[in-house]
Write a protein that binds this ligand. Structure first.
Ligand SMILES: Nc1nc2c(ncn2[C@@H]2O[C@H](COP(=O)(O)OP(=O)(O)OP(=O)(O)O)[C@@H](O)[C@H]2O)c(=O)[nH]1
Ligand SMILES: [Mg+2]
Ligand SMILES: [Zn+2]
Length: 313
């Protein structure tokens, strides 16, 4: 018997798969399953459509094939690693959970995530969570700046407090009938949000006071949950960094929307926006038309991916 199903949970070894009649099957990867080229820590991701077979009337199911992916979000697992991790496949949208405090999310991290999503044409909404903790003027100003900036670039932005139940309805609205991935650092409140949207599920929430200890993840594997209003949310373990997968240096600027647009006015067609004369991008940064944080993220990626290059300043 062979059936097609959707991967809804992954422990890295075993997968939970919902098949056509709605039942869930547990399956492992068939030894000779061939997945596409790159080295991945998880050849099969949440959101994948796979084919499973049962052998010898045994209850054990094997994944024997995987359908082509519409899209996916992938990152390098750790610095200097050659291993890649697919966070989720076949998604309609990605939600990036951002907190400016407890823990702090950097703009470099945000922009690396956005760059990857842009490359695979996945729309992103930034969820600025824990606004109940932003009492200082510095944090409030920063929130205002980041919200306006990302909104002006065309990204969705929602400010949120999951524990104070602020703007939960907004998230309900945007996730309705869609398959959405939720990613972000550990402790930003991803699982808390899912619990708020789907109260009757069992899901583990971290204890904030424990986050000061070595970055322990509360959620240790990815899982897809069905929303009461229709649609699915994919909870994932928090990630520390976001290494980019397989980007050509010359491509990077294509995935920074504003740098790509304004870069068309540079004197040289192949301008890298780092040292060239009459660079429209650098001029726009000086004039405040392009945000300095975005330009810094661009340089961070541009120079990081190949250590041979040195910053010209
Ligand atoms: N003050 C405040 N705390 C929050 C808010 N949302 C979540 N928290 C707390 O943040 C802590 C971490 O929440 P989780 O939902 O476990 O975070 P996570 O992103 O799922 O973390 P990992 O599973 O480790 O990736 C918990 O103590 C939550 O109660 C919020 O809006 N405000
Ligand atoms: Mg979690
Ligand atoms: Zn340029």
């Amino acid at each position: 018997m062979r059936s097609r199903g959707l991967v809804v949970k992954s422990t890295g070894k075993e997968y939970e798969i919902v098949v056509a009649d709605g039942t869930k099957k547990t399956a492992v990867i068939k030894g000779n399953l061939r997945t596409k080229t790159f080295k991945s820590t998880n050849p099969i991701a949440i959101g994948d459509f796979v084919w499973i077979e049962f052998e010898n009337n045994d209850n054990q199911a094997f994944i024997t094939a995987i359908d082509d992916r519409k899209n996916f979000i992938i990152r390098k697992s750790a610095k200097l690693s050659k291993q890649y991790q697919i966070l989720a496949a076949n998604i309609d949208m990605a939600l990036l959970m951002v907190t400016l405090d407890n823990p702090r999310t950097s703009t470099t991290f945000i922009d690396r995530f956005l760059t990857t999503a842009e490359a695979y044409r996945v729309p992103v909404t930034l969820l600025f969570n824990k606004i109940d903790l932003y009492n200082s003027e510095v944090l409030q100003d920063e929130l205002f700046f980041l919200k306006s900036m990302y909104k002006s670039l065309g990204y969705g932005v929602v400010e949120l407090s999951v524990t104070e139940k602020i703007n939960i309805d907004e998230v309900r609205k945007i996730t309705k009938s869609k398959v959405s991935l939720i990613s972000g650092h550990s402790g930003t409140g991803k699982s808390s949000l899912i619990k708020e949207l789907i109260p009757d599920i069992e899901i583990e929430i971290g204890n904030l006071s424990e986050y000061h200890r070595v970055g322990q993840n509360t959620t240790s594997f990815s899982q897809m949950y069905e929303l009461p209003q229709g649609g699915y949310l994919i909870d994932t373990p928090g990630i520390k960094g976001f290494g980019l997968f397989d980007f050509e240096k010359s491509e990077i600027s294509h995935f920074f929307r504003e740098i790509f647009e304004i870069g068309k006015q540079c004197e040289f067609n192949d301008c890298t926006h780092t040292h060239e004369r009459n660079c429209a991008v650098k001029k726009a940064v000086e004039e405040g038309v392009i945000s300095i944080t975005r330009y810094e993220s661009y340089l961070d990626i541009y120079f990081d991916e190949n250590e041979k290059y040195r910053k010209p300043y």
